[in-house]
Design a protein around this ligand. Structure first.
Ligand code: ZN
Length: 189
Protein backbone atom coordinates (compact mmCIF):
# COMPACT_ATOMS: atom_id res chain seq x y z
CA UNK A 1 0.00 0.00 0.00
CA UNK A 2 1.81 3.11 -1.23
CA UNK A 3 0.90 6.43 0.24
CA UNK A 4 2.93 9.51 -0.57
CA UNK A 5 3.44 11.40 2.63
CA UNK A 6 2.72 15.11 2.56
CA UNK A 7 5.33 17.54 3.83
CA UNK A 8 6.44 17.86 7.45
CA UNK A 9 4.31 20.94 8.37
CA UNK A 10 1.15 19.20 7.08
CA UNK A 11 1.98 16.03 9.01
CA UNK A 12 2.86 17.95 12.13
CA UNK A 13 -0.47 19.81 11.93
CA UNK A 14 -2.21 16.44 11.54
CA UNK A 15 -0.32 15.20 14.61
CA UNK A 16 -1.48 18.18 16.67
CA UNK A 17 -5.04 17.69 15.41
CA UNK A 18 -4.88 13.89 16.04
CA UNK A 19 -6.17 13.52 12.51
CA UNK A 20 -7.56 9.98 12.11
CA UNK A 21 -7.28 10.08 8.33
CA UNK A 22 -3.58 9.29 8.67
CA UNK A 23 -4.09 6.24 10.82
CA UNK A 24 -2.18 3.35 9.28
CA UNK A 25 -0.63 5.64 6.64
CA UNK A 26 1.77 7.77 8.64
CA UNK A 27 3.72 7.33 11.87
CA UNK A 28 5.78 9.77 13.85
CA UNK A 29 9.18 8.92 15.35
CA UNK A 30 10.04 11.11 18.31
CA UNK A 31 13.79 11.57 18.75
CA UNK A 32 13.49 12.88 22.33
CA UNK A 33 11.80 9.67 23.57
CA UNK A 34 12.91 6.99 21.07
CA UNK A 35 9.25 6.05 20.56
CA UNK A 36 7.06 5.97 17.45
CA UNK A 37 3.35 6.75 17.51
CA UNK A 38 0.17 7.01 15.51
CA UNK A 39 -0.65 10.62 14.75
CA UNK A 40 -3.74 10.15 16.93
CA UNK A 41 -1.67 9.31 20.05
CA UNK A 42 -3.21 10.77 23.22
CA UNK A 43 0.24 11.51 24.72
CA UNK A 44 1.53 15.07 24.95
CA UNK A 45 2.65 16.22 21.53
CA UNK A 46 6.40 16.42 20.85
CA UNK A 47 8.12 19.50 19.45
CA UNK A 48 8.22 19.66 15.66
CA UNK A 49 12.02 19.48 15.57
CA UNK A 50 11.92 16.10 17.36
CA UNK A 51 9.52 14.53 14.84
CA UNK A 52 10.33 12.44 11.80
CA UNK A 53 7.45 10.95 9.84
CA UNK A 54 7.43 7.64 8.00
CA UNK A 55 4.79 5.81 6.00
CA UNK A 56 5.38 2.38 7.55
CA UNK A 57 5.96 0.77 10.93
CA UNK A 58 8.95 -1.05 9.42
CA UNK A 59 10.75 2.22 8.65
CA UNK A 60 10.24 3.39 12.24
CA UNK A 61 11.58 0.12 13.67
CA UNK A 62 14.51 0.13 11.25
CA UNK A 63 15.38 3.65 12.38
CA UNK A 64 15.70 2.25 15.92
CA UNK A 65 12.40 3.42 17.45
CA UNK A 66 10.13 1.37 19.73
CA UNK A 67 6.32 1.24 19.54
CA UNK A 68 4.46 3.59 21.89
CA UNK A 69 2.70 1.86 24.77
CA UNK A 70 -0.13 4.38 24.74
CA UNK A 71 -1.28 4.41 21.12
CA UNK A 72 -0.01 0.92 20.14
CA UNK A 73 0.87 1.61 16.50
CA UNK A 74 0.97 -2.11 15.64
CA UNK A 75 -2.40 -2.92 17.13
CA UNK A 76 -4.67 -1.98 14.24
CA UNK A 77 -2.99 -4.60 12.07
CA UNK A 78 -3.07 -7.11 14.92
CA UNK A 79 -6.82 -6.68 15.28
CA UNK A 80 -7.35 -6.84 11.56
CA UNK A 81 -5.30 -10.02 11.14
CA UNK A 82 -5.38 -12.67 13.92
CA UNK A 83 -2.14 -14.27 12.68
CA UNK A 84 -0.30 -10.98 13.06
CA UNK A 85 -1.90 -10.50 16.47
CA UNK A 86 -0.80 -13.94 17.67
CA UNK A 87 2.77 -13.55 16.41
CA UNK A 88 3.16 -10.07 17.88
CA UNK A 89 1.93 -11.49 21.17
CA UNK A 90 4.44 -14.35 20.92
CA UNK A 91 7.23 -11.85 20.21
CA UNK A 92 6.13 -9.74 23.13
CA UNK A 93 6.37 -12.81 25.39
CA UNK A 94 9.82 -13.81 24.08
CA UNK A 95 11.65 -10.72 22.76
CA UNK A 96 14.97 -12.36 23.69
CA UNK A 97 14.50 -15.43 21.49
CA UNK A 98 16.43 -15.85 18.25
CA UNK A 99 13.24 -16.23 16.24
CA UNK A 100 13.55 -18.46 13.21
CA UNK A 101 11.32 -19.87 10.50
CA UNK A 102 11.07 -23.09 12.54
CA UNK A 103 9.60 -21.23 15.51
CA UNK A 104 6.95 -19.71 13.27
CA UNK A 105 6.13 -23.11 11.79
CA UNK A 106 6.04 -24.72 15.24
CA UNK A 107 3.35 -22.23 16.19
CA UNK A 108 1.37 -23.61 13.28
CA UNK A 109 1.68 -20.77 10.78
CA UNK A 110 2.43 -20.87 7.10
CA UNK A 111 5.71 -19.03 6.46
CA UNK A 112 4.82 -17.42 3.16
CA UNK A 113 1.45 -16.21 4.48
CA UNK A 114 3.15 -14.70 7.52
CA UNK A 115 5.81 -13.06 5.37
CA UNK A 116 3.19 -11.54 3.05
CA UNK A 117 0.96 -10.31 5.88
CA UNK A 118 3.77 -8.63 7.79
CA UNK A 119 5.24 -7.06 4.65
CA UNK A 120 1.84 -5.70 3.67
CA UNK A 121 0.95 -4.33 7.09
CA UNK A 122 4.34 -3.15 8.33
CA UNK A 123 6.71 -3.08 5.36
CA UNK A 124 8.90 -5.55 7.28
CA UNK A 125 8.80 -9.32 7.86
CA UNK A 126 8.13 -10.87 11.27
CA UNK A 127 11.67 -12.24 11.49
CA UNK A 128 13.16 -8.84 10.65
CA UNK A 129 10.97 -7.29 13.32
CA UNK A 130 12.05 -9.92 15.87
CA UNK A 131 15.73 -9.37 15.03
CA UNK A 132 15.47 -5.60 15.46
CA UNK A 133 13.64 -6.10 18.74
CA UNK A 134 16.27 -8.51 20.10
CA UNK A 135 19.18 -6.28 19.13
CA UNK A 136 17.45 -3.28 20.67
CA UNK A 137 16.80 -5.18 23.92
CA UNK A 138 20.47 -6.19 24.12
CA UNK A 139 21.56 -2.66 23.38
CA UNK A 140 19.25 -1.20 26.01
CA UNK A 141 20.47 -3.61 28.67
CA UNK A 142 23.94 -2.23 28.02
CA UNK A 143 22.70 1.33 27.92
CA UNK A 144 21.25 1.06 31.43
CA UNK A 145 24.59 -0.19 32.72
CA UNK A 146 24.08 -3.96 32.64
CA UNK A 147 27.22 -6.03 32.43
CA UNK A 148 28.09 -7.23 28.95
CA UNK A 149 27.74 -10.86 29.97
CA UNK A 150 24.23 -10.21 31.34
CA UNK A 151 23.20 -8.50 28.15
CA UNK A 152 24.70 -11.37 26.20
CA UNK A 153 22.73 -13.96 28.13
CA UNK A 154 19.53 -11.97 28.11
CA UNK A 155 19.68 -11.53 24.40
CA UNK A 156 20.41 -15.26 23.94
CA UNK A 157 23.23 -14.81 21.54
CA UNK A 158 25.02 -18.02 20.80
CA UNK A 159 28.48 -16.56 21.35
CA UNK A 160 30.31 -13.44 22.38
CA UNK A 161 31.38 -12.81 18.80
CA UNK A 162 27.78 -13.05 17.58
CA UNK A 163 26.84 -10.63 20.31
CA UNK A 164 29.59 -8.22 19.33
CA UNK A 165 28.49 -8.37 15.68
CA UNK A 166 24.89 -7.64 16.68
CA UNK A 167 26.06 -4.89 18.98
CA UNK A 168 27.98 -3.27 16.15
CA UNK A 169 24.81 -3.48 14.06
CA UNK A 170 22.83 -1.84 16.86
CA UNK A 171 25.38 0.94 17.18
CA UNK A 172 24.96 1.38 13.46
CA UNK A 173 21.16 1.77 13.83
CA UNK A 174 21.60 4.49 16.36
CA UNK A 175 24.19 6.24 14.26
CA UNK A 176 21.80 6.03 11.30
CA UNK A 177 19.01 7.36 13.47
CA UNK A 178 21.07 10.43 14.21
CA UNK A 179 22.02 10.84 10.59
CA UNK A 180 18.38 10.60 9.61
CA UNK A 181 17.40 13.13 12.22
CA UNK A 182 19.87 15.55 10.67
CA UNK A 183 18.73 14.90 7.13
CA UNK A 184 15.59 16.33 5.54
CA UNK A 185 12.62 13.99 6.17
CA UNK A 186 12.24 11.11 3.74
CA UNK A 187 9.16 12.23 1.80
CA UNK A 188 8.69 10.91 -1.62
CA UNK A 189 8.60 13.89 -4.01
ZN1 ZN B 1 1.82 7.03 21.15
Amino acid sequence: MLFDLPNQPTLYAALLARDERYDGHAFVCVSSTGVFCRLTCPARKPKAENCTFYATVGECIEAGFRACKRCHPLQAAAMFDPTIGALLHALHERPDRRWSEQHVEQLGYDLSTVRRSFKRQFGMTFLEMARHRRIREGFETLAVGGKVITAQLEASFESASAFRAAFAAAANFFARRWQRACRPPPWRP
